[in-house]
Design a protein around this ligand. Sequence first.
Ligand SMILES: *[C@@H]1O[C@H](CO)[C@@H](O)[C@H](O)[C@H]1NC(C)=O
Ligand SMILES: *[C@@H]1O[C@H](CO)[C@@H](O)[C@H](O)[C@H]1NC(C)=O
Ligand SMILES: *[C@@H]1O[C@H](CO)[C@@H](O)[C@H](O)[C@H]1NC(C)=O
Ligand SMILES: *[C@@H]1O[C@H](CO)[C@@H](O)[C@H](O)[C@H]1NC(C)=O
Ligand SMILES: *[C@@H]1O[C@H](CO)[C@@H](O)[C@H](O)[C@H]1NC(C)=O
Length: 348
Amino acid sequence: LCSVRLHGSSFLLQIYSTQTKAWRSVCSHGWTDQQGRASCQSIGYSRATYFKSGQQTTSSNGGFLRVKSDLIPEAFISQQLVLSNTCPNNSVVTLHCTDCGSGINSSRASRSSLASVGSWPWQVSLQVSGVHRCGGAIISPYWIVTAAHCVMRTSSPADWSVYAGIMDRLNTLFNPAYSVSHVIMHEDFNILTRENDVALMRLSRPLDITASSNIGPVCLPNVGLNVTVPQSYWITRFDRSRNGDSGSVQLMEAQVSVVDTTECNSSIAYNGKISQDMFCARETEAGARICHADTGGPLVTLTDGLWWLIGDSIWGEHCTGQKKPGVYGNVTSYLDWIHRHMKKHQDD
Ligand SMILES: *[C@@H]1O[C@H](CO)[C@@H](O)[C@H](O)[C@H]1NC(C)=O
Ligand SMILES: *[C@@H]1O[C@H](CO)[C@@H](O)[C@H](O)[C@H]1NC(C)=O
Ligand SMILES: *[C@@H]1O[C@H](CO)[C@@H](O)[C@H](O)[C@H]1NC(C)=O
Ligand SMILES: *[C@@H]1O[C@H](CO)[C@@H](O)[C@H](O)[C@H]1NC(C)=O
Ligand SMILES: *[C@@H]1O[C@H](CO)[C@@H](O)[C@H](O)[C@H]1NC(C)=O
């Protein structure tokens, strides 16, 4: 049972108190990176890739947890905490398990739709035998989120190569291919209905996510995250270059907005094929040129200064000329599944 979670866009740490049967924030007084690491590990992140703890002022007057003064560092995180009515200085812990969600904010929405270097640092190209097969999103130095149907028939890790930080095919010559140690498909993926169309790939060695590398994770949508600007969703895909050279693929970007599910599920669109864990989105600009994201590729949004992974591209008939929206898996509804499987393989 995972009893640690992150809340909202500030990454407020919350720990489930079995005593009070409620989620509680943790006072920052006495909190160290050692507890930060342990908490990230119990969510599912590798200890080795821990980023940082911070603090924020709380306005909540509910109960808190605080670090015991006589703590035993080796104990489980929940055993190091006691209930407390208040926090010194009203200061509570925020926890960043990875340095996620930053992207250079340069040429977005330029007419060309060509993405610029560093603007979508979580986008990866998942390749089989040197051919781009699917898109995916980096969520930590070890983990990629993609779609289940991408890996269904190619479930052996040895078949896959992951390219990160690339903008076109030429870049694959100068960037290392990362090998995959685990391919994990959602066990309830349904090939007919496309429900639970999500998968994880774990890399054999961690990605280099230093600031200079054009590679970095997108944030998973924390519990309680409020997406405030409904129009500002973006998709990216590796697509044929429009400049004639048919062999080359380049990273393209487009702004999309979420389509009401009732409309998308109606007889004029997908006629009942939209399940609870899916949502639909279409390009904002008339005559936009990207059909939908790469299969498995990310749909992201900018909220409170960070980029969040909201959807993974699963299907769409938009390219047939009928202008049907793209269909995405709802990553928020897969959050527990993602963390559970990261945790299961965190030290492999
Ligand atoms: C999200 O929005 C709701 C309603 O506006 C609000 O009650 C809640 O506190 C917000 N959550 C966060 C984490 O800001
Ligand atoms: C409260 O804040 C003050 C000023 O920032 C700081 O000097 C003090 O150490 C804090 N107290 C605790 C218990 O963290
Ligand atoms: C879409 O329509 C089908 C058939 O009417 C229904 O079973 C399904 O629940 C609907 N999807 C959503 C998300 O409401
Ligand atoms: C990115 O650019 C847009 C439009 O220029 C702006 O509204 C937004 O605040 C910028 N975001 C960041 C994180 O700099
Ligand atoms: C995804 O599912 C969550 C509930 O799990 C819901 O609150 C949210 O609105 C859904 N997102 C979209 C884009 O439909």
